[in-house]
Design a protein around this ligand. Structure first.
Ligand SMILES: Cc1cc2nc3c(=O)[nH]c(=O)nc-3n(C[C@H](O)[C@H](O)[C@H](O)COP(=O)(O)OP(=O)(O)OC[C@H]3O[C@@H](n4cnc5c(N)ncnc54)[C@H](O)[C@@H]3O)c2cc1C
Length: 499
């Protein structure tokens, strides 16, 4: 084998996955078709749960240092209120995708992963022991890499998905959006957000000093996906919608997208897995795609590492599909709803007014913001405790050595058995997994923990936290069900290793 895992694509998903695998000591090569970074940015920010995930790895400060926290989030252009969001990181961070990718790559490089540029996956052959990945490299030379697993993080038009014959069912585009990063000297306001017009809507968003991002959305026109978008198309579209081009000039980047929504029928086929846009595409309303991809990577990374190390059976990888497929499905669902709410016309205007007045109600606002921020995810793990399957809150803890937070315990991406009562019984029950789990004794600083979509619950007395920050098992003051704990340890960390 040349390496344990080949990752196709050095976008946010592939780079996050590379870091996760390196933290677990897995050998990884990222292959990227581009010769170098383009500096282009589709996404402009990250939401609460992604910020928490970066915090869990101890790298959030790098992103906070260069981005801007803003209380701005929306559902189809209708403002969401983030006040009272049950997270230490409630506000979205505005940061261009290019910067996010550079910071993730820097982190991966520190951990020992490398990106092979000018290397496009062009062929895949998998057998019982591994995958042979054919690459088209610079000067059209051919090369191969042999790995135990291949993960396609190669975007919406994923070659890995197509070569693996994985279906991509969904709904086709019904509109065309054109995007241009340009100078707009005649724009009368600082910015315009989703201004509605008879044919669709347009935005002019301040990007950097002197630069705006123009996005025009026109309905019931679907462009040929393979025809390159041009500056003139953006200009003409803006004139159709706004009646002016605001003096638009100096295009830095022109692109096009639509509201097609599709999802891979399976996220794993033998030794090939899919993550990020390779597994799901949708209308970018609410800014969820990059977040979804980074969170796919964090769900998959530790599972793949455990299988590569021989600790867990291959079947653990199926839980990646079981857990993440429904999450993307519900994002596709909410973006379809947002696309419908953005269509032009008097009926949609009325629907938006009704929807907007409903969003004033706390419960409605909370439901939508929990969905957009991905804080409401609950994976189907065994157990009835309200924390089971949910992301663990970042509670303040007191340890024998001082104070800490739950997320600081997850920096090494290892499972944590958190003992909040001091019980020898817990350590004894987990003894057969002693080398695979970090046993931490602490006290919760708060008597109650706040959970999105649930509310306040009494602080638990013990928790098994997976490396992705989701709770695999939890116990209340009523006592431990040690059989359930051992069952959870076996499910997520692999069979017991008798000492
Ligand atoms: C206008 C717009 C605004 C958006 N805003 C947001 C936002 O604010 N927040 C948000 O969360 N999301 C947003 N998104 C979505 C976000 O950009 C994507 O979901 C995200 O880029 C997906 O990351 P990825 O790593 O899965 O795929 P990509 O970013 O597409 O990366 C895939 C990589 O794989 C490489 N590749 C492709 N084929 C091969 C091959 N055969 N071999 C090797 N390499 C290959 C590509 O060159 C690329 O570098 C937006 C999207 C659009 C269009």
């Amino acid at each position: 084998m040349d390496t344990d895992v080949v990752i196709a694509g050095a976008g946010p998903t592939g780079l996050m996955l590379a870091g996760e695998l390196r933290l677990a000591g897995v050998d990884v090569v990222v292959v990227e078709q581009l010769a170098e970074r383009t500096g282009e940015s589709r996404a402009g920010g990250m939401h609460s749960r992604t910020l928490e995930v970066l915090d869990q790895r101890g790298i959030l400060d790098r992103f906070l240092a260069v981005g801007q926290l803003t209380p701005v989030g929306h559902f189809s252009g209708l403002w969401l209120d983030f006040d009272g969001l049950e997270s230490r990181r409630p506000l979205p961070l505005m940061l261009l995708q290019d910067v996010i990718e550079r910071l993730l790559e820097e982190w991966g490089t520190e951990l020992g992963s490398r990106v092979r540029w000018s290397s496009a996956v062009s062929g895949i052959h998998q057998d019982r022991d591994g995958v042979t990945v054919e690459l088209r490299t610079a000067e059209a030379a051919r090369a191969t890499l042999r790995a135990r697993y291949l993960v396609g993080c190669d975007g919406g038009r994923s070659t890995v998905r197509k070569l693996s014959d994985i279906d991509f069912p969904g709904t086709p585009a019904t509109m065309t959006a054109l995007l241009g990063d340009v100078e707009l000297p005649d724009l009368p306001e600082d910015f315009i957000f989703m201004r509605r017009c008879p044919g669709g809507h347009f935005s002019a968003l301040a990007l950097e000093p002197g630069w705006h991002r123009v996005i025009t959305s026109e309905y019931d026109r679907v462009a040929d996906r393979d025809e390159p978008a041009t500056f003139e198309q953006v200009r003409q579209s803006l004139i159709r919608l706004a009646g002016t081009d605001f003096g638009m000039r100096s295009p830095r980047w022109i692109s096009r997208f639509g509201d097609a929504a599709r999802q891979a029928a399976r996220y794993r086929k033998g030794r090939v897995l899919l993550a990020g846009d390779a597994a799901h595409i949708h209308y970018p309303a609410g800014g969820q795609g990059l977040n979804l991809g980074v969170q796919d990577a964090v769900n998959l990374g530790w599972k793949l590492a455990s299988v590569v190390r021989g600790q867990s059976p291959e079947s653990l990888l199926d839980s990646y599909h079981t857990e993440r497929h429904p999450v993307a499905e519900s994002v596709l669902h909410n973006t379809r709803a947002q696309a419908a709410l953005a269509r032009p016309g008097a009926q949609t205007d009325a629907l938006r007014e009704v929807f907007g007045s409903l969003m004033v109600f706390d419960d409605v606002n909370r439901y939508l913001r929990n969905a957009i921020t991905a804080l409401d995810i609950r994976y189907p793990v065994d157990g009835f405790h309200p924390l089971a399957g949910r992301r663990v809150p970042d509670a303040d803890l007191k340890t024998p050595d001082g104070t800490t937070r739950v997320y600081e315990l997850l920096h090494a991406a290892r499972p944590v058995l958190l003992d909040l009562r001091g019980s020898a019984e817990l350590a004894a029950a987990a003894g057969d997994w002693a080398e695979r789990v970090d046993l931490v004794e602490a006290r919760s600083e708060d008597g109650h923990w706040a959970l999105p979509a649930v509310g306040e619950i009494p602080a638990p007395v013990a928790l098994l936290i997976r490396p992705d920050g989701h709770v695999a098992w939890a116990a209340d003051t009523g006592g431990f069900d040690t059989a359930a704990l051992r069952n959870a340890l076996g499910t997520w960390l692999g069979p017991a290793q008798r000492r």
